[in-house]
Design a binder for this molecule. Structure first.
Ligand SMILES: [Fe+2]
Ligand SMILES: [Fe+2]
Length: 276
């Protein structure tokens, strides 16, 4: 062996072979590490997936149990304060959705012929507003809630706001959307908080009518349904807000003035609509 290594070329070749063998071992070991990391990653993803599945199935079991429990009860009527709040919710939301519907119509009218590439985006948001408006129209009829007495004013104001911002520029129209949807998103969240906290109703067990349950931990199906509607619409309003930001709302000049003024108009309209 030592004899063999005395030859310089043999020594060089031996050194090269050793380096190659070390490289193969090192690659093998780093490959093993990578495989182990990959397998850990796959395990953790699988665990996460299982946890989510468990959570979903737990939630659906709880929902079913709650439904079965609910069927055992007759619900008391809402009290006067709750009824008054519910009427205000439906009145203001119906007027707000009517306003949003007309704002988008004004923007489409002013903007689409100049910027045809916006047609699809504006129509998508408008169609959702039409659905929101129709839903609150139906609720208004079902609960016999009177509409806002200022409805004609909201129509003219909203279509004017949409037309003016759309005529200024695409960016101004989108800034208007940011302002409106920010206020409406917050307004829907406020309503959801109140509906969750202050709308439990007393209930009587069907099999035992003398057993009055005070403040059960569930709500009447009417309130549950209303909360679902508001949550769905709130999410769609926030989607409109994101679309407006993606479409350069913040490049409107002056952005802060346009958004602040429109936010103020929306907040005043909300306060007025609840009562008038
Ligand atoms: Fe809406
Ligand atoms: Fe919207």
């Amino acid at each position: 062996m030592f004899f063999f290594l005395r030859s310089p070329s043999a020594a060089a070749s031996f050194a090269a072979s050793s380096a190659a063998i070390r490289a193969v071992f090192s690659a093998n070991s780093s490959l093993k590490t990578s495989f182990s990391t990959l397998s850990q990653l796959s395990n953790s993803l699988q665990n996460e997936k299982n946890e989510k599945l468990n959570q979903v199935s737990q939630e659906s079991i709880q929902k079913e149990q709650k439904q079965v429990k609910k069927e055992k009860y007759v619900f008391a009527q809402l009290n006067e304060k709750q009824k008054e709040f519910l009427d205000e919710v439906i009145r203001v939301d119906q007027a707000g959705e009517l306003g949003a519907n007309y704002i988008y119509q004004g923007q489409i009218f002013a903007l689409v012929h100049k910027r045809p590439e916006l047609k699809e985006t504006l129509n998508h948001m408008w169609e959702q507003e039409v659905h929101h408006h129709n839903t609150f129209n139906q609720l208004q009829v079902r609960r016999r809630v009177r509409p806002s007495l200022l409805t004609p004013l909201w129509k003219v104001g909203a279509i004017g706001l949409g037309y003016v911002t759309g005529s200024i520029s695409k960016e101004a129209a989108m800034a208007c959307t940011v302002a409106v949807e920010t206020v409406i998103g917050g307004h829907y969240n406020d309503q959801l908080r109140t509906l969750m906290k202050e709308f439990t109703v007393d209930a009587i067990e069907k099999d035992n009518t003398s057993n009055l349950i005070k403040n059960p931990d569930f709500q009447s199906s009417e309130i549950e349904h209303l909360k679902e509607i508001i949550k769905e619409f709130r999410d769609q309003e926030l989607e409109h807000l994101d679309i407006a930001i993606e479409n350069d709302a913040e490049s409107a000049v002056p952005y802060w003035l346009i958004t602040d003024v429109i936010k103020l108009i929306c907040k005043s309209a909300i306060l007025t609509c609840e009562k008038i």
